[in-house]
Design a protein around this ligand. Structure first.
Ligand code: FVH
Length: 292
């Protein structure tokens, strides 16, 4: 059945792996789309799919009220938007930034007469335009602006609004990705331990994955403890017991010829918390030790 409701036009600045995936999702959904990319060939590749190719970033910005920016980093956003008239535009910046960069960009947009939303993409390109993949984008900044464009922004991936502070999307993005790197670090250590043995990594993988999933409730428990301020609520494995076990991990690493460098910083924090009297606690106390 033809869709008779006119869809708002969208401009996408930046057609790398992520920008192109976003652009294709809007094209596939029938949104009028204008694109621009520093290397023109990447924009031209989208023309046969229905995109209008702008000759400059300024022309692309002029083409739509909603302008989505997906460039490499904050410096490239500076370079692309330098001298471009953004007055009256609704800028949605999905470029990975620090919270401070996002706040500065929001202030810059305000000074130049534009409205601003910042975004942190929790997806890789193949997850874009594939709702079953579960990818989504954190948004922060003007709630009104988010609500105005929510339907359009929801086309490439889910949307999760996290507050008026323009830095919050970036902060959520970096928080989740930081936890992900912790998981990758632990996984690397686990595979290194078995690497020289007659153990198939593919046999360890499902055991490892299931174990990590089984440990996920600890995320909620830590949050509950941080909220209540009582780090002993619901403790199953007290810190003192866990610290007592750390030499086993370090000796095993040594015996397997594996560097303990990924484990040691975390074990050091556990020991510090124990020394401060946190032996009956869970691991939530480590959070406080990280605060400078
Ligand atoms: N790809 C991913 O897995 C992650 C998933 C989570 C979110 N990130 C962030 O998305 C931003 C864009 O990432 P990307 O994957 O599209 O990155 P590239 O494929 O490397 O494309 C980079 C685009 O930026 C353009 N660009 C770079 N520097 C400049 C500049 N000085 N002036 C103008 N444009 C610039 C580049 O243009 P070109 O090289 O084709 O001419 C690409 O369009 C990013 O923040 C990720 O952290 C992706």
């Amino acid at each position: 059945e033809p869709n008779t409701v006119e869809k708002p036009s969208v401009t996408v600045l930046g057609l790398g792996a992520m920008g192109a995936a976003l652009a294709r999702a809007w094209l596939a959904a029938g949104y009028p789309l204008t694109v621009w990319n520093r290397t023109p060939g990447r924009a031209a590749a989208l023309a046969p799919e229905g995109a209008r190719v702008a000759g400059s970033a300024a022309q692309a910005v002029a083409a739509s009220t909603l302008v989505v920016i997906c460039l490499l980093d904050d410096t490239s956003v500076d370079e692309v938007l330098a001298g471009v008239d953004v007055a009256g535009r609704d800028l949605v910046n999905l470029t990975t930034s620090t919270p401070a960069q996002a706040r500065a960009r929001a202030a810059w947009a305000r000074r130049h007469g534009a409205r601003y939303l910042d975004g942190g993409i929790m997806a890789v390109p193949p997850m874009v335009g594939a709702p079953e993949a579960g990818g989504y984008v954190f948004y922060s900044g003007s709630r009104g602006l988010f609500e105005r464009h929510q339907e359009t922004l929801g086309v490439p991936a889910g949307t999760t609004y996290v507050g008026e502070d323009a830095g919050f999307a970036a902060l959520h993005d970096v928080a989740l990705l930081s936890a992900m790197y912790g998981m990758f670090a632990g996984t690397a250590h686990a595979f290194a331990l078995i690497r020289r043995e007659d153990i198939d990594p593919a046999a360890l993988a499902p055991l490892l994955a299931d174990w990590l999933v089984a440990m996920i409730p600890a995320v909620h428990q830590t949050a509950d403890q941080l909220c209540s301020g009582d780090y002993t609520t619901g403790v199953v494995s007290p810190l003192a017991m866990q610290v007592a076990g750390t030499p086993t991990f370090l000796r095993t690493a040594e015996q397997q010829g594996v560097s303990p460098e990924l484990l040691i910083p975390y074990f050091d924090l556990m020991r510090r918390r124990l020394a401060e009297g946190g032996g009956e606690e869970d691991l939530a106390g480590v959070v406080d030790l990280l605060l400078r």
